[in-house]
Design a protein around this ligand. Structure first.
Ligand SMILES: *[C@@H]1O[C@H](CO)[C@@H](O)[C@H](O)[C@H]1NC(C)=O
Ligand SMILES: *[C@@H]1O[C@H](CO)[C@@H](O)[C@H](O)[C@H]1NC(C)=O
Ligand SMILES: *[C@@H]1O[C@H](CO)[C@@H](O)[C@H](O)[C@H]1NC(C)=O
Length: 371
């Protein structure tokens, strides 16, 4: 007969590996990133509320005095601006190229806003165009909802800053322009033929619709893994899997949609939940396309204007061009789009591509064909 203590010890020993094996299934897995702190969240809510209050008061004054003023987006309005929103966690390597892009452009056509991770020692660009455009920023982490927060901070700041901001183009330090400012402005705000998702405007010959240029895809590899990366039912009931979308982080939103994003509380409450694994967690690639496709699918082109090369992707990073690859042929190739007359921006380039890009800036990049 075995003595009781022996049986006890034996079964305890036996249960150890079982516990070890089962624990990850029984206990909830540990989220890989920290949740956003309540004080950061409060700062953001205050900023967003200011943007919403101002928009509401402008809407009521405008509709009381002159209803037509309420519709910012009209090609007859000469004071419409594009807000260029730079989201970065390093130096703005290509600021000299962007400087050239904005060179000689009247300041009543654009604004620049920069969100830079405050934990990184960033060398401020010397150009006055960029030097004082840094907005109050917070830390950002890859594969975490902090990138959504940073983008919403940029949108809210630009909404508050200037009622003439009509399009809000999100860019990163790795993005470069593919055309002149004039071409870019004309494409976004004037051309009736630029956007092929709007055949009506090209038929009539007048820009009728202003849509947000944001990629919205309903089918993509590993979409279910991305959907369930916070837990199988974490996004329910607000976002059933059929409504979950993916798209490039880089977009150009209309003012109406920028405000819609800043107003959102419902989806944010879900998308801010940290993921359990970072290799299937890119909240910024899901939050914006899902929110806009649920709220106003017809107001979106469902494609982006920022060219990216996903061939041979490594670690969730797209292909990064090196100096030896920069050529006029590359620029012409990167412009080619199936959805619009051209791509307007491209990424990613290594920082040392600045020199070869500057060399072909005037002769190729900023040289326009027929407008
Ligand atoms: C940031 O960079 C500047 C200039 O390169 C340097 O003088 C300063 O000590 C750096 N600060 C930190 C905290 O690394
Ligand atoms: C995309 O990247 C691949 C390498 O992964 C390269 O061979 C190809 O030429 C690139 N495409 C364009 C349009 O630059
Ligand atoms: C355009 O569509 C063709 C055919 O589907 C595809 O092979 C090509 O990669 C597309 N080009 C771009 C820039 O997406």
């Amino acid at each position: 007969m075995f003595s009781t203590p022996f049986v006890l010890t034996f079964s305890l020993l036996l249960s150890l590996p079982i516990l070890f094996f089962l624990a990850p299934r029984i206990l909830p897995p540990k989220p890989h990133s920290l949740p956003i702190s309540p004080s950061d969240e409060l700062d953001d809510i205050n900023l967003f509320n200011r943007a919403i209050t101002l928009a509401n008061s402008r809407a009521s004054t405008a509709s009381a005095t002159n209803p037509s003023k309420f519709f910012h987006l009209s090609s007859k309005n000469p004071s419409l601006k594009i807000a260029f929103l730079f989201l970065t966690n390093t130096d703005l390597h290509f600021s000299p190229l962007w400087d050239l892009f904005f060179h000689d452009t009247p300041s009543n056509l654009f604004n620049i806003y920069i969100h830079a991770d405050p934990s990184v020692n960033i060398t401020r660009p010397l150009s006055p165009l960029f030097a004082n455009k840094f907005i109050p920023s917070k830390r950002t982490f890859r594969a975490s909802p902090t990138l959504i927060s940073a983008t919403r901070r940029l949108l809210a700041t630009a909404l508050l800053d200037d009622p003439a901001n009509a399009y809000f183009a999100l860019l990163s330090q790795h993005c470069v322009p593919l055309h002149s400012f004039t071409y870019t402005y004309h494409s976004l705000l004037v051309s009736p033929t630029f956007d092929s998702s709007d055949p009506e405007s090209s038929r009539i010959g007048i820009r009728l619709k202003y849509k947000s240029f944001i990629e919205i895809l309903s089918h993509a590899p590993r979409l279910w893994k991305r959907y369930s990366s916070r837990g199988r039912y974490a996004l329910m009931p607000e976002v059933p899997f059929e409504k979950f979308r993916v798209g490039s982080q880089f977009f150009a939103l209309t003012r109406r949609h920028a405000l819609l994003v800043v107003k959102d509380r419902t989806l944010w409450r879900k998308f801010k939940i940290p993921c359990y694994r970072d290799d299937e967690c890119y909240p910024e690639e899901h939050y914006f396309p899902t929110l806009l496709s649920m709220a106003d699918p017809d107001g979106c082109t469902k494609y982006t204007l920022t060219r990216v090369n996903w061939t041979g992707t490594v670690n969730g990073h797209p292909y990064t061009y090196r100096p030896s690859e920069v050529s006029s042929e590359l620029i012409l190739r990167l412009r080619q789009s199936n959805n619009s007359e051209s791509y307007l921006f491209a990424r990613k380039f290594t920082p040392d591509c600045l020199e070869p890009l500057m060399r072909i800036a005037k002769s190729v990049i900023f040289k326009d064909g027929n407008l």
